[in-house]
Design a protein around this ligand. Structure first.
Ligand SMILES: [Ca+2]
Ligand SMILES: [Ca+2]
Ligand SMILES: [Ca+2]
Ligand SMILES: [Ca+2]
Length: 303
């Protein structure tokens, strides 16, 4: 069974397009929201992988600084692969409980979590990806928004909100505002997952940046780091196999430079829409988990 059939956002959206009238009286009230993610890095700056986004009741914590990354976050941070985090999210896991461990959490609401992946390949500076989601708007089922995406080039750099309550959609779902927008990846907020040694010989996304070398050619390359999630304070400074003159030739990759990245790496905008828009974005979302993996993903799921 293809893992994307478990892709709740896609499934829910398709289901609803044909059956919303029939089920409206017995299910919770829903809203359609569009999520846009724009890479606002400077030209020559970092790219990001397809963006995983989730709507939950506050029970999904993706990481804690100083705690080890769970496998789904590791795959996202190392390969841009969102398949595992999607599976875990829809199994109602949190990656961080009171003991910094993953566990299944009981739902406090009637509805289910909704998630998806935006984009089908690297999102380079100036580019934007979008996706449509149908979420419960009458209780806290889908009140809180989480996101996660890998930074390119890197071995295991990622951006995500590690506070499950940080992005509260209450004002949007209650109709007080029509959209919520915020910037992510500001200086000090990009993390190293602590799972893979930083090394340009095995980093992903290198080919977007001529001169960095080939980098990784398949999933899960690179030596284990066996560390914890931590904020990146000096981007790429500790990478092995740095090209000569890296600091000067690739200065625009310094995402902690507030002059180059005054608003961070990406802008996320969540907009309430009255009617479902074109289904083309749904198709894009379904492609997300395949990014950077291809054969590796298929092999894992056919086991
Ligand atoms: Ca946390
Ligand atoms: Ca790894
Ligand atoms: Ca690392
Ligand atoms: Ca790698």
């Amino acid at each position: 069974m293809n893992c994307f059939l478990k892709h709740k956002a896609l499934f829910t959206t398709l289901l609803t397009l044909t059956s919303v009238a029939a089920t409206a009286s017995v299910t919770q009230a829903h809203s359609f929201v569009r999520v846009d993610v724009e890479n606002i890095s400077p030209i020559g700056g970092v790219s990001i992988t397809p963006v995983w986004v989730g709507f939950h009741d506050g029970s999904f914590d993706s990481y804690n600084p100083g705690a080890s990354a769970q496998f789904g976050l590791e795959l996202l941070a190392e390969d841009g692969n969102t398949a595992q985090i999607t599976e875990d999210f829809n199994d109602n896991l949190t990656y961080i409980n009171s003991n910094n461990e993953s566990e299944t959490v009981p739902s406090t609401q009637m509805g289910v979590r909704v998630d998806g992946t935006l984009g089908g390949g690297p999102i380079t500076p100036g580019n934007k990806v979008s996706g449509m989601f149908e979420i419960v708007d009458e209780d806290d089922t889908n009140r809180y928004f989480s996101y996660a995406s890998m930074i390119l080039p890197s071995n295991d750099y990622f951006i995500a909100n590690g506070n499950p309550f940080a992005r509260d959609l209450l004002s949007l779902l209650s109709g007080d505002v029509s959209s919520i927008s915020f910037e992510v990846g500001l200086s000090g907020t990009v993390n190293d997952a602590g799972t893979e040694i930083n090394d340009f010989d095995t980093s992903a996304g290198n080919l977007l940046y001529p001169g960095l070398g080939t980098g990784q050619t398949g999933p899960q390359q690179g030596d284990p780091e066996n560390g914890d999630v931590g904020s990146v304070t000096a981007p790429f400074a500790n990478f092995l196999n740095q090209p000569p003159n890296f600091a000067s030739d690739f200065a625009t990759l310094n995402f902690n430079d507030g002059t180059l990245y005054p608003d961070g790496v990406a802008r996320i905008t969540i907009t309430r829409v009255s009617v479902p828009e074109s289904s083309t974005t749904v198709g894009l979302m379904a492609m997300g988990g395949l990014f950077l993996l291809g054969a590796g993903l298929g092999r894992r799921h056919s086991n």
